[in-house]
Design a protein around this ligand. Sequence first.
Ligand SMILES: NC(=O)c1ccc[n+]([C@@H]2O[C@H](COP(=O)([O-])OP(=O)(O)OC[C@H]3O[C@@H](n4cnc5c(N)ncnc54)[C@H](O)[C@@H]3O)[C@@H](O)[C@H]2O)c1
Length: 442
Amino acid sequence: MSRDIKKNKFKVKRKKRKSMMITIVGIGYVGLPLACLCGEKGYKTFGISKDRKKINQINNGISPIKGDIYLEKMISRKFFTATSSYDSISKSDIIIICVPTPVDERYNPDLTPVKQSCRNIAKHLKKGQLIIIESTVNPGVCEEVVKPLLEEATGLQAGKDFYLAHCPERINPGDPHWNVRNIPRCVGALSRQGLLKSLKFYRHILEGEVRPMKSIKEAEATKIIENSFRDINIAFVNELAKSFEVLGIDLMDVIEGASTKPFAFMAHYPSCGVGGHCIPVDPYYLIERAKLAGFDHRFLKLAREINNSMPSYTVDLLIKSLNDLKKSIRGTKVGLLGMAYKANVADMRESPAVDIMKILKKQGAMVEVFDPYLPDQSTVKNLEELLKKSEALIIATDHNEFKQLSLSLLKKNGIKVVIDGKNCLNNKLIKKSKIIYKGVGR
Ligand SMILES: NC(=O)c1ccc[n+]([C@@H]2O[C@H](COP(=O)([O-])OP(=O)(O)OC[C@H]3O[C@@H](n4cnc5c(N)ncnc54)[C@H](O)[C@@H]3O)[C@@H](O)[C@H]2O)c1
């Protein structure tokens, strides 16, 4: 790789920056912080959304995503304009796609939002523009799906008339340290010119390293392996949780022990399941694309299968505990703590809590739910009311509020069984009482 690509600390002149325009298509967890950052760095920035309510909130300085203080602060400074119109595209120097890349109910990748955005962008595309995909996609999507869509609709040639690049986003919503500004990034492009333009842009707005990749496909693959790595490691500890339960070993203690090794061990923790828009979704993009090319990703498929089994395993822990008390799950009043997929956020995409709830209801349990971040999903007003109405609890999200649940509060409310799907309570203390406590792997 040449020196200019590797080393150059690019600067964009203030005057030029002011006249440069950026449009971001899709302003959710990824697009919103990016739009704020571009605006803050002096680019005239537009963010496209179909949601009128969201547009009004953002333009009034209110974040549509609650609980992320960093984002709330940035949005309050009104760094960009939210709009439903694609008109800004024709005047933009850079157009960044940040739309969802979900899977359907059969776990098949659904590229509809990416394709729709490309068709809408194509109507306004001009020579010289740079299109960057930040959505997570499998290796091949930029060249096999995005490029032909844009070329066929415009008659322009990618890499020559306009530039196409991929810079996968790594944002971790709610993370107090790593944010849109300081997370290192990788970028790949179809052409050398496209790569230089992308590096110049990202090195200007970001504080973290921006690593050029040899190809757009390598950039796509980077993100998929990052999240597949997580999924596989979590599946390993989830499988250990099941095995150690039979063997009578506390997996959490074992992980603590193994973590004293200062090299070549990385702690991952078992739980009631894997949620969010990334880890339980992205591996399918690689699995399916490799299958098309004739390769069977057995390891990735097994990891997905194990992680998908954790909600029902968690409910099984409850059923067994109730059986020990000679109680059936049918008719038992179960309190479900948390609907979000991770602690202290209001995001319930692919949340294992959703599956736990479905299984509990199917088994005939009488379920009440409380999530302080998702009042619309809660069936009770607060934790106190949930405890009063429950005989057994399943903790599906380790929100701070739940981690502070005390033994005296559990006793006071007559709780008989606690299934700690996040291993976030003081198990040793609860186990000393008459309450049956089971964690995942402990
Ligand atoms: N959420 C994360 O933590 C995270 C982290 C890294 C990467 N990613 C990836 O980034 C991408 C976006 O994820 P997100 O979490 O921001 O999703 P999101 O659902 O929060 O936001 C996506 C936005 O795109 C809009 N949108 C949907 N379809 C559209 C269309 N056809 N045209 C225009 N806008 C459309 C939605 O209304 C929404 O505002 C995904 O590929 C995801 O895998 C997400």
